[in-house]
Each structure stands twice: as structure tokens, then as C-alpha cells.
Design a protein around this ligand. Structure first.
Ligand code: ATP
Length: 235
């Protein structure tokens, strides 16, 4: 589904991601773990076209998408749920979800997807007239995910979906991601602490100061003492 090769990313002259390569197989869940400033968001933003890489390729379904515009990539089926959700706080829940379909012109398709979202997220349906900014953190995360699903993505990318949420709400978010995976969507996410992410992941990479220092299956990660100490809370 996604093959990143030799990706180097810089802000001006400062390189923050160095010759990184990784794979995300179709239908899988892949997590990238890393501390603050490791370069996780930079990689995600580059994949979705918000930043241009200095070097390297990003193959999506075999096509190099590395310098394509974000809206073109949404058309192709790649969708980002950004760090901190970034919902539109002044708009209602319903308006936020509809804004997620901004590249879709077919009104029937939009209505059908909206119905699907309300089936999947009954809480958002109940609150559809509520102003987005007044939702709880967990509800805002659900809203950000529903908004991203409005274009029926093949690859859903999430930047720290657990950030700032209570543990019990985090569990709900990851349960939801498992259900989304079961519908055939490939998922890539980044997290600082990976306990929950790992439980639903097929494969994980660890990023340190712009380099991948470890990769493996969830069991291989759990068997690595150094990684467990650095990125898993429950030891
Ligand atoms: P966090 O978990 O804190 O979000 P991260 O792993 O996502 O961290 P990035 O946000 O990708 O890390 O940042 C990687 C490095 O790039 C950091 O040193 C950061 O200061 C730098 N950086 C990020 N955005 C910019 C920018 N717009 N201009 C210059 N440097 C930036």
C-alpha cells in the first residue's frame, strides 16, 4: 500500500528526518513510535503532501506521490487525522463531518456517507447540532476520525490519536480503529507511548532523532527491553 524509501526531510537547511525507509502493507495497522521531536509529524505531513521531502520516494499503490498536492492525495484515498484533532470549533458536529467531504461533489454519496458515520458514531448523531468546540476531547477525536472517513479513504493516517485523552477514552479510540481496520482500511499511526497502539498493530517502527532505530512485529517490540523501557508505560 505504502512504501517509503530513503526519505530525507528538512526545514530550510536543517535536516530532521534522515534516509528513512518503511512499509505499510495493505490491510495492516502500522505504528511509528518516537519521542517529542523525533520527526513523526514531519513524516506524516510529508506523506499527505503538506511538506515536500528533500530526497527519497513515497510509493502509494506503486505511484510516487512524494510532491503531490494534499487534495490530490485525498482523491487517491489518503487521509490524515491531524495531531490535536483540529476540528472547526465554531462549527456544529454535522458541519464538521460535512467539511470532511470537501473533495466530493456527488450529493448522494455525501448523504450516504453521512448516514454511515451516524450509524458508526451514534454519539455524534445525538450531538449533531452541538458546536464542535464544546465536545469533550474523546468526542472531538471521534469527530476528527468521522470527518476523515467522509472520503472513504484506503489509507487512514493518525497523528497521536491518544494525545490528551483519559485512558478509558483511549481504549475506545483504539477499539474504533480496530473496527475501521476490519472494513479493509489500512491504518498508519504515530504515538509517543505505544501501549494501546501496539495492541492493534501488525508492525511497528521506532524513530529517534529522524532515524528508524528499530522495527518489528508487536511481539518483537515487546521482547526488546530498551524499547519497552522507552516507549511502553506498563512494565
Ligand atoms: P511531537 O511528538 O512533539 O509532535 P514529532 O516526532 O512529531 O514530535 P516533529 O514535529 O516532526 O516531531 O518535529 C521534528 C523536528 O522538526 C523538531 O526538531 C522540530 O523542532 C522541527 N520542526 C517541526 N516543524 C518545523 C517547522 N515548521 N520549521 C522548523 N522546524 C520544524
Amino acid at each position: 500500500m505504502l512504501k517509503v524509501e530513503n526519505l530525507t526531510i528538512a526545514y530550510g537547511k536543517t535536516e530532521v528526518v534522515h534516509h528513512v525507509s518503511f512499509d505499510v502493507k495493505k490491510g495492516s495497522v502500522v505504528t511509528i513510535a518516537g519521542a517529542n521531536g523525533a520527526g513523526k509529524s514531519t513524516i506524516l505531513n510529508t506523506i499527505v503532501g503538506l511538506h515536500r521531502p528533500k530526497e527519497g520516494s513515497i510509493l502509494y499503490k506503486g505511484e510516487d506521490i512524494a510532491r503531490k498536492a494534499p487534495d490530490k492525495l485525498v482523491y487517491k484515498g489518503i487521509r490524515l487525522v491531524p495531531e490535536g484533532r483540529q476540528i472547526f470549533p465554531e462549527h456544529t458536529v454535522e458541519e464538521n463531518i460535512l467539511l470532511g467531504a470537501y473533495v466530493e461533489k456527488d450529493a448522494k454519496k455525501i448523504r450516504d456517507r453521512m448516514d454511515e458515520m451516524y450509524d458508526r458514531f451514534p454519539r455524534l448523531k445525538e450531538r449533531r447540532k452541538q458546536i464542535g468546540g464544546t465536545l469533550s476531547g474523546g468526542e472531538q477525536q471521534m469527530l476528527a476520525i468521522a470527518r476523515a472517513l467522509m472520503t472513504g479513504p484506503d489509507l487512514l493516517i493518525l497523528d497521536e490519536p491518544s494525545l490528551g485523552l483519559a485512558p478509558i477514552i483511549v481504549k475506545d479510540v483504539f477499539k474504533l480503529l480496530t473496527e475501521i481496520k476490519q472494513t479493509g482500511v489500512t491504518i498508519m499511526l504515530v504515538e509517543q507511548m505505544v501501549d494501546n497502539a501496539l495492541s492493534i498493530s501488525d508492525y511497528a517502527y521506532v524513530l529517534e532523532t529522524g532515524n528508524i532505530v528499530f522495527s518489528g512485529t508487536k511481539d518483537e517490540v515487546k521482547n526488546s527491553d530498551d524499547i519497552v523501557k522507552a516507549y511502553l508505560g506498563n512494565v
